[in-house]
Design a protein around this ligand. Structure first.
Ligand SMILES: NC(=O)c1ccc[n+]([C@@H]2O[C@H](COP(=O)([O-])OP(=O)(O)OC[C@H]3O[C@@H](n4cnc5c(N)ncnc54)[C@H](O)[C@@H]3O)[C@@H](O)[C@H]2O)c1
Length: 323
């Protein structure tokens, strides 16, 4: 059975390449390939996506695939150029990664880029994906609050920072809600949806509707630092890093045990490489500072790897090599 199908995903029997294989082999193969095109979205809106890193690119891709127009904002042109390169690459790899073809040119023409937050003045929804640092995010929310119309809602994508903390940086805490997206965004079918203390029911409804359009099931969780998933995951990754730091085990051995013995698709250090070692360190630090509990003290190896630029997949080297 095919998994849940978001709007804009159509079933086709064969891709051109499968037809070519059939033509040459003379065999009749029954293949179901999902083809995702931008939907004719009647409620199409302009959505702002702030932060063009690992998550911002995934969120922009997912939004464009279901028919939204996106303005993707980051600080520098070279970051945005690299983001567009990864966006195109991710779309091209979709058939291999998730068995779906993506209309690359339609997605690319739906995503515009900018280095000016002021360009988000005409958006009804902004999804924020900037660096996991409270001071950086707070500054972005204060600026967005001054730029965006009163009715604009802000969806915060964060690994650990409480939504109530971010909402307090704005004069509209009722319009701020958290959505902890999972990585890679276009492939994941669930998110943690986190109302802050003041989030209004109307904001929640709008966030639920947008997430449903993006093909996500929203699992609602209480606002608390790290929410539900990262209270557990960040501790696991941090402890796994300590095993390597103390010389108890190699990174490969740690991941092998989780994959082979527990049946996890990825071990904790492979997961850390996928997320980004800097993002892991930021998240563990947020947990450590918020709870003032030494169980969240960051492993020094994570600090050293971040300083050395060994950030995981995004830099080509982390606990494992991707070169
Ligand atoms: N990586 C993951 O697997 C993952 C999963 C879920 C949630 N998150 C959260 O999503 C957010 C983004 O994570 P990421 O992995 O994409 O990080 P990243 O480091 O890959 O990207 C962050 C981007 O934010 C940009 N940025 C920083 N300050 C900015 C500003 N003032 N204005 C505009 N852009 C700015 C940076 O230039 C960078 O491109 C973080 O809060 C993170 O905790 C990450």
């Amino acid at each position: 059975m095919l998994p849940h199908r978001p709007p804009g995903v159509h079933i086709r029997t064969l891709t051109a390449s499968c037809q070519a294989i059939m033509a040459t082999s003379g065999k009749r193969i029954s293949v179901l390939t999902r083809v995702r095109r931008p939907a004719k979205n009647p409620g199409m809106t302009l959505i702002g996506v702030v932060g063009a890193g690992v998550m911002g690119v995934g969120v922009a891709q997912n939004l464009a695939e279901v028919g939204h127009q996106v303005i993707l904002v980051d600080q520098k042109d070279d970051i945005l150029n690299e983001a567009l390169r990864r966006l195109a690459q991710n779309c091209r790899l979709a058939p291999m990664l998730r068995g779906e073809q993506v209309d690359v040119s339609a997605v690319m023409s739906a995503v515009k880029t900018s280095t000016a937050l002021e360009d988000l003045g005409g958006t009804a929804t902004v999804i924020e994906n900037v660096t996991e640092d409270i001071a950086i995010k707070r500054d972005v929310y204060q600026r967005l609050d001054a730029i965006c119309p009163e009715g604009t809602i802000f969806i915060a994508n964060t690994s650990a920072i409480p939504i109530t903390t971010l909402a307090a940086a704005t004069g509209r805490p009722g319009n701020v809600v958290g959505a902890h997206f999972m990585n890679p965004v276009p492939m994941k079918t669930a998110v943690e949806l986190i109302p802050g203390v003041h989030t209004s029911e109307k904001t929640l409804e709008r966030a639920r509707a947008l997430l449903a359009e993006m093909g996500k099931r929203a699992i609602e969780v209480t606002d608390s630092c790290g929410f539900l998933s990262n209270r557990v995951l960040m501790l696991t990754i941090n402890e796994a890093a300590f095993l390597v730091y103390e010389g108890v085990a190699s990174a490969s051995a740690v991941d092998d045990v989780f994959r082979s013995c527990f049946g996890h698709p990825m071990g904790p250090l492979e997961t850390a490489d996928l997320i980004g070692i800097d993002t892991i360190l930021h998240s563990v630090r947020v947990l450590h500072s918020y709870f003032a509990d030494s169980k969240y003290r960051p492993c020094p190896l994570l600090i050293q790897m971040t300083d050395a630029g060994l950030l995981g997949r995004k830099s080509g080297q982390g606990f494992h090599s991707y070169r």
